[in-house]
Ligand binder design. Structure first.
Ligand SMILES: C[S@@+](CC[C@H](N)C(=O)[O-])C[C@H]1O[C@@H](n2cnc3c(N)ncnc32)[C@H](O)[C@@H]1O
Length: 212
């Protein structure tokens, strides 16, 4: 375990800018999630996580930042967009992080695995339902009703995929009605805490954490 109290922003210059036509380019929300993990670093270090999963890893900057400070944690990522999986593995490699990326819907094909940490920056923009559920760049942002159609599906999977003393970090915007998310997770037996919030060009972004 490193003695670092910071999460470093991973090196990204290896990425061809044109590839961001197909994969979500790291933006303020990505960096707010990294800041949230940094803010919670002492808590996470005390947990000494064995398995960490980022759902929807996109370019891979978030899971790579995590892996850089937790070199002994086995890091896994999923993304519905296979080009994102390719970018995630290259970002991890360039930053000397071991990552196992899997091209899949949310966490559907992990049968017996339980993760100590699960991280998700979902497609959160409020859109028509029909726009949501693609496998290309639209999957980066199109969130359907309340911007929550993808997120809500994951919420109901968390109890089976998170270890008993695990922690789930979720980025939301105010339009997603975070109080409803908190209530859904409470029904599943989880406590919640606001880790960090920021206003970005009138968009209220926040990161919540859930644990038992
Ligand atoms: C807002 S982007 C976040 C990307 C990256 N985590 C970041 O913070 O920069 C959302 C990501 O979720 C992925 N995604 C959307 N629906 C998904 C699903 N059903 N299963 C897995 N990944 C999904 C998208 O392809 C996209 O890479």
């Amino acid at each position: 375990m490193t003695a670092s109290t910071k999460l470093e922003t991973p090196y990204q210059n290896h990425i061809d800018k044109a590839d961001f036509d197909h994969v979500y380019e790291p933006a303020e929300d990505s960096f707010l999630l990294i800041d949230a993990l940094e803010k919670d670093l002492q808590y996470l270090k005390a947990k000494n996580p064995t398995f960490c999963l980022e759902v929807g890893s996109g370019s891979g900057v978030v899971i790579t930042a995590f892996g850089m400070v937790f070199p002994n944690t086995f890091c896994v990522s999923t993304d519905i967009n296979w080009k994102a999986c390719e970018m995630s593995i290259s970002t991890a490699k360039y930053n000397k992080v071991l990552l196992e990326p899997v091209n899949m819907d949310l966490v559907n094909f992990f049968v017996d695995n339980k993760f100590d940490v699960i991280i998700f920056n979902p497609p959160y923009v409020v859109t028509e339902s029909q726009e949501c559920g693609g496998k290309d760049i639209t999957a980066s942002w199109a969130g359907g009703i309340k911007g929550r159609e993808i997120t809500d599906r994951l919420l109901h999977m968390i109890p089976k995929k998170l270890a008993e003393d695990g922690t789930f970090y979720l980025l939301l915007i105010q339009d997603n009605i975070p109080n409803e998310v908190i209530e859904i997770m409470r029904m599943h037996g989880f406590k919640s805490e606001l880790v960090i919030r920021r206003i970005v060009r009138n968009e209220h972004q926040l990161v919540l954490k859930f644990y038992k």
